[in-house]
Design a protein around this ligand. Sequence first.
Ligand code: ADP
Ligand code: MG
Length: 315
Amino acid sequence: MNEFDLIDKYFRNCGAPRADVPLGIGDDAALLACPPGEHLVAAVDTLVEGIHFPAGSPPESIGHRALAVNLSDMAAMGALPAWALLALTLPSIEETWVQKFTKGFGELARRHNVSLVGGDTTKGPLTVSVQIMGFIPIGQALLRSGGKPGDLLFISGTLGDAAAGLNIQDSEGEKNYLKKRFQFPEPRIELGQRLRPFASACIDVSDGLLGDAGKLAAASACGVEIDWETLPVSRQLLAFAGEERARVLALTGGDDYELCFAVRPENLEALERQLPARQWGYTRTGQLRAQHGAVVKRAGNVMDFSHSGYDHFGP
Ligand code: ADP
Ligand code: MG
């Protein structure tokens, strides 16, 4: 099977068919119809074997994650995803691997109505690069930079699961749950769009909350205070790691792809009324403040994460 058969058999019908793709896979480039009155939102993310996922990971998971990490960037902007391009570098053409990879990629793409409109296939060390494009009504994008001191900080879902699951081989009980949280993250596309009227700033948590909330705060020209006690952790992570380690993983572990967003206090009531936390699964866990930097508060005291005491939970 050569590169062209592969494209025809596995990539041509991998994503969702869309009316705004007059020309998809097959020509030198795709033609795409942008809706008037909206901004095109574009992002690209690359996963390299051995760096962003363990060597020998299931191909379904690699396909899913390559798209999920990009969809998560759309979610963080409040955007509606539409089109994807896939640059795939493979050591060799193994049909069953490609079939499973496109199954993982395609299932997630079709679930979010994303069309695969083109890409590139090359030979080399396993590397998957996905470019995603979506839309947002002009002026409605959720930026990192819209926060102000006093804004309340929220997190969707739970944190730390993926970091704990990264090296788990087990497929039983809570270990399987954690492993799946790394292998098949669920981008918060719908929540991101619904947050447009309520969030003053938003970022997706890919590199650990402490770092990513710090990025949001820095872009907003302020600092952030995170509450240790209210950090959202799953019962599976608590059972696996114990409370202390679970919360450290929640702060410093990456790959969760949850949304971290800020809300002005005066918008809190509207947020809770229109997007009830019970239904949408988000937790308040801190606030933005005037003093720069990211700190964690535990029982009223600032924890110091620069001390080596917390390093042994790192990679
Ligand atoms: P060219 O040499 O003109 O760039 P290619 O042979 O690389 O064309 O690709 C042929 C067609 O297949 C193009 O439309 C391209 O977008 C698409 N394509 C190639 N690789 C992939 C891939 N991995 N996923 C999706 N589409 C792909
Ligand atoms: Mg090409």
